[in-house]
Design a protein around this ligand. Structure first.
Ligand SMILES: [Zn+2]
Length: 437
């Protein structure tokens, strides 16, 4: 009924200090942490048969990582986006993926789930146009109670906005009935694939139902051209014709930035608080004005740097995000625009890229406590604390490593972990107390 895990070092996060020679006591019935602390305090543990004791040698324990943006139903189709030819890449992705039979899609989703798990990811925010297939696979996996599924909504047609909105709600309601344990929301795909009337309806729906709207924003140049120059790229027009759906509307109030556009929609609805439900995905091609609006309304940002590089969109201006004090988390996006789900590697690269301006501790928080807050799930996941889920990663190191880190101060310890931990050192991953890797 109880598990007692003993580690040489536990990093709980969320403003708590690292614990050397620590323990985590878990109630296996509900998969939650009962108590966490130093082994010096474990005087209350007796040899009762109710306890399973795990003494992990040369071990470090971290909270499981949160992947705040992924699309499980895609795989790498080995099409590299060339600069300014991202529309071609999008077209290729849709062309190939729409022809995959259901069994192939299931296989791809299953593989991606396994891949995430072995990288220490214990919670995912999945975004998909294939709600039912994805929900079926997630429900069979450890992500069943550890995911949010955003059902992607597309539709530029003004006349059909009410119809598309109702269809999306119907789909959501049906899936909620069929998959009672799963959590769903609606994800408006982007401002070039969702018309303003439809987006406004989704904004009101999210506010009423306290839901998060993940929106790909300021990712591509053609998106900005549409907003700022009122210019519809002919390739984009051709792309929507190929899909046999309406092309993006020209945004008549030209020379506006992406955030100003969203703010205008909220203002038209006479409630600027409607902005607060957005989670901004990518947010690369931004102005200071965008950052200022994001800061004013306390919006969450999810960065997917590997995908941004893959698609030749460049990287976000992280240093400016720091200046505006914008909290951000990380996602992997799909394997169509990425080669792995390895957050540890990604964090290292960002650390060097930012000339160490973001501390190692802050970087670890971008895949643990910060996304948990953005998803309003900080009471359940994102750090190792009493009453939270026992979602954690067990790293096994060499004995000399353990001796070495004991002499480090707190910040140096985080830096050491950032530089030295890698996925090969992951021995086990636990979700709600169950070992899944
Ligand atoms: Zn995406």
């Amino acid at each position: 009924m109880y598990q007692l895990h003993l580690f040489n070092l536990i990093i709980p996060f969320n403003y708590q200090k690292p614990i050397y020679e620590g323990f985590i006591l878990i109630n296996t019935k509900n998969g939650k942490i009962i108590k966490i602390g130093s082994q010096n305090d474990v005087f209350f543990i007796n040899t009762s048969a109710d306890y399973e004791i795990y003494r992990h040698k040369n071990s470090i324990c971290l909270p499981g990582f949160i992947n705040n943006h992924i699309h499980l139903a895609y795989k790498n189709n080995y099409v590299i986006a060339k600069p300014n030819q991202q529309i071609e890449w999008l077209k290729n992705l849709i062309k190939t993926s729409r022809n995959w039979p259901e069994e192939d899609k299931q296989e791809i989703i299953k593989n991606n789930i396994q891949n995430c798990l072995k990288n220490g990811i214990t919670f995912i925010f999945e975004n998909t146009p294939f709600g039912k297939i994805t929900a079926t696979e997630i429900t069979k996996s450890p992500y069943k109670n550890n995911s949010l599924i955003g059902l992607e909504v597309f539709g530029n047609s003004e006349e059909q906005s009410q119809f598309i909105f109702e269809k999306a709600i119907d789909n959501l309601n049906q899936l909620e009935v069929e998959f009672k344990d799963l959590n769903f929301t609606l994800s408006p795909h982007s401002i070039y694939s969702v018309g303003s009337s439809l987006l406004k309806k989704l904004m009101q729906w999210a506010k009423t139902n306290n839901k998060i709207l993940a929106l790909h924003l300021a990712e591509f140049n053609f998106e900005l051209e549409l907003l700022e120059k009122n210019y519809l790229n002919p390739d984009l027009k051709e792309f929507f014709e190929f899909l046999q759906v309406s092309s993006p509307e020209l945004k008549n109030n030209s020379s506006q930035s992406t955030m100003q556009y969203l703010l205008n929609l909220a203002t038209e609805l006479e409630n600027t608080d409607l902005l607060k439900n957005f989670l901004l995905i990518h947010f690369i091609l931004t102005t200071d004005k965008d950052l200022e609006i994001a800061q004013r309304f306390g919006l969450g940002i999810v960065s997917c740097p590997q995908s941004n590089l893959f698609l030749q969109n460049g990287l976000p201006d992280y240093k400016n995000w720091l200046k505006y004090n914008l909290p951000f988390s990380f996602g992997t996006d799909s394997l169509a625009s990425n080669f792995d789900f390895d957050f540890l590697n990604q964090l290292k690269n960002i650390y060097w890229l930012l000339n160490c301006q973001l501390s190692a501790q802050n970087l670890f928080e971008t895949i643990t406590s910060i996304p948990a807050k953005q998803l309003k799930l900080e009471a359940e996941v994102g750090s190792l604390e009493e009453n939270k889920k026992a979602n954690f990663i067990h790293f096994e190191l060499k004995p000399e490593n353990i001796a070495e880190i004991k002499s480090l101060g707190e910040q140096d310890l985080y830096t050491w972990l950032l530089i030295n931990l890698n996925t090969n050192l992951i021995k086990q991953v636990f979700i709600e107390s169950k070992p899944i890797v």
